[in-house]
Design a protein around this ligand. Structure first.
Ligand code: FES
Length: 111
């Protein structure tokens, strides 16, 4: 597994909000959104909605799900699974750890 990226303090992302780590910084070439979910944990999935073109970081967090701001598909922040139409394809998820108050992202490149 590649080295994690320290994306900053846990205080940098308020609960219900997200931060985007650009693809050229995370090494996958695809933007990754890190969410501070309403369960208090941090989760990372690719920022782009799998339906059309939309930033999921600009969507709405409810619990451990995010709703796309364009056509309202919902994704599980824990797994990236598409939970309702119009999205049918999961968003790639990435491992996140919190260590000493810092958020560590382990980008997972696609197969
Ligand atoms: S672009 Fe996200 S649901 Fe259509």
């Amino acid at each position: 597994m590649s080295d994690p990226i320290n994306v900053g303090s846990v205080d940098a992302i308020d609960e219900g909000e997200a931060m985007v780590v650009p693809g050229d910084e995370n090494g996958t070439g695809e933007d990754i959104a890190i969410f501070h979910a309403e369960d208090g944990n941090f989760y990372a999935i690719n920022d782009e909605c799998t339906h059309e073109t939309a930033s999921l970081a600009e969507g709405w967090v409810e619990g451990t799900e995010v709703e796309c701001p364009v056509h309202s598909a919902r994704f599980c922040l824990k797994t990236g699974a598409a939970l309702c139409l119009p999205a049918t394809v999961a968003a790639r998820s990435h491992k996140v750890e919190v260590k000493d108050g810092e958020i560590l992202l382990f980008p997972h490149a696609g197969a």
